[in-house]
Structures are given as structure tokens and as C-alpha cells.
Design a protein around this ligand. Structure first.
Ligand code: CA
Ligand code: CA
Length: 259
């Protein structure tokens, strides 16, 4: 009994396979080059070329503006609410200007904190404009004896407001400008974020039933659990002396508007 011969691929077969593989790669490269030539498809072509040849893509320079609540967004009338205007950038920047919109019917201004800021050359200190719902500021950043800008994440300004009546309020970035420290004044495209907060009258039950500092779907679930026949003040959110569907709808409305 002779042992079985192992199956061997023929040199001819492997040669054809190599040719087919080469042809496929060549077609992909040609397709990617064609896509690169078309403005609408340049990104797709670039990804193909970078992937085929293993070239790491250069990250697009970008800056991002965020609004950060420094205190609870669930507040009572006459308590204060502080929100910080932050910037995060992967390339050096040297100028930030912004306009914040604040609901003048719900809050009045308490203070502006420009001390703990990445800005070290205030061109316009944060202050109200002639409009009661508007705060404007502008500042420059000089580091390393004027040679460097700011890279990373930091606070630009913090605004503290004092609620004067119950309701839902929004603090929004109405306008913002961030310039690169590149000697050309290149402007980064940035978004216009907004943040919501809820003001209630003193003595009214808090809608934050699970005590996590926010109003969400979990609070609605807790209210439904305590729904039937429960007149406990904690679950009577609209203060009419009973816990019913009106309280659930009110809580749902808070949760959906805050998120
Ligand atoms: Ca909650
Ligand atoms: Ca009620």
C-alpha cells in the first residue's frame, strides 16, 4: 500500500491567481484615483488610498465648544445656576469670541467668572449687551511669550444666573468664533450648543424622584409605581393635592424638554 500523494498546486495555477489579485488591486487603485479627482467623492477615494497603502490619515483640525452645567439643572426660584462655556481644540488657537443667549423672562444675571479662564487678554470682558437676554465676550490667548496659542480643553467663561420664576429655560450659544494661532486668522467651524434647566417654585415637589440630579425616564417609572391612590406630596408634582395622570404628563414633559 503506497501512501497518498499530497495535493500540490501547480505553478501555472498560482501564477493565474497572482495575476487576478494584481488586477483586482490595480482596479481598486484606479477607482480610488478617479474618486479623488471628483470633488464630491474625494473623501471616499482618500479613505481607499490611505487604506490600501497603510498611510495614516491626517486628522482634520477642529475645535469644539461645549456648555457645561457646574450646578444642578434642577433649581428653585432664587437659587443660582452656573454654566461654563468651554472650548476643546486639537490645534493652537489664539482668539475666542462668543454671544450667549439667556432667557431674560426666567432668570436674571448674577455674575460672570472670567478669572479662571484660558483667555489671558480680554478684549471684551463678559458682560450684558443692551439686550437683556444677551452676554458677549471676546478674548485673546498668548502663551510662551506670545509665540504660542492654546491647545487642549479649557474654560473660557462661567455665567451664573438667578431664576426669578418657575419654568424651563435654555442657555444657548448664539454665536461663536474660534481662530487658529496660525498667523492667518483661520476660523474653525464650531457648533452652537444649548443647555436646558428647570426652575420650580420653593416648596414644590422635586421631579427628580430617584435623586440622580436629573429628570429622566427613570423618574417617570418611579411616579407610575406610586401612582394608584397615592396622595403623598412628594409625588404630587403640580401641587393640586393628588397624584394622577396630570403629574405623569408634567414629568414626561420635563424629561423630554431637558434631553
Ligand atoms: Ca432623576
Ligand atoms: Ca398632582
Amino acid at each position: 500500500m503506497t501512501p497518498e500523494s499530497p495535493i500540490e498546486s501547480t505553478p501555472k495555477g498560482s501564477g493565474i491567481a497572482r495575476k487576478i489579485l494584481f488586477l483586482i488591486v490595480a482596479l481598486i487603485v484606479i477607482a480610488a484615483l478617479i474618486l479623488l479627482a471628483l470633488p464630491m467623492a474625494r473623501d471616499v477615494g482618500g479613505i481607499l488610498i490611505y487604506s490600501i497603502f497603510g498611510i495614516p490619515r491626517q486628522e482634520e483640525p477642529r475645535a469644539e465648544i461645549t456648555l457645561e452645567p457646574l450646578t444642578s439643572r434642577l433649581i428653585t426660584v432664587n437659587d443660582t445656576f452656573t454654566v461654563a462655556f468651554n472650548v476643546k481644540t486639537s490645534r493652537p488657537i489664539n482668539l475666542i469670541a462668543g454671544t450667549l443667549h439667556v432667557p431674560a423672562d426666567v432668570v436674571e444675571y448674577d455674575s460672570f467668572d472670567s478669572e479662571n479662564s484660558i483667555i489671558n487678554l480680554w478684549i471684551r470682558d463678559p458682560s450684558r449687551t443692551e439686550r437683556p437676554d444677551e452676554v458677549k465676550f471676546a478674548g485673546g490667548i498668548q502663551r510662551d511669550g506670545g509665540q504660542g496659542g492654546f491647545t487642549g480643553e479649557g474654560r473660557v467663561v462661567a455665567v451664573t444666573v438667578k431664576p426669578v420664576k418657575a419654568g424651563l429655560g435654555y442657555i444657548k450659544v448664539a454665536d461663536a468664533t474660534v481662530l487658529a494661532h496660525d498667523g492667518k486668522g483661520t476660523e474653525f467651524p464650531v457648533g452652537r450648543p444649548a443647555i436646558a434647566f428647570l426652575v420650580r417654585n420653593p416648596g414644590e415637589a422635586s421631579p427628580d424622584l430617584n435623586g440622580d440630579g436629573d429628570v429622566g425616564i427613570g423618574d417617570v417609572g418611579i411616579l407610575l409605581f406610586h401612582f394608584a391612590g397615592n396622595a403623598e406630596g412628594r409625588y404630587d408634582l403640580n401641587g393640586d393635592g393628588r397624584t394622577d395622570i396630570a403629574d405623569v404628563q408634567l414629568l414626561w414633559s420635563y424629561a423630554s424638554q431637558l434631553h
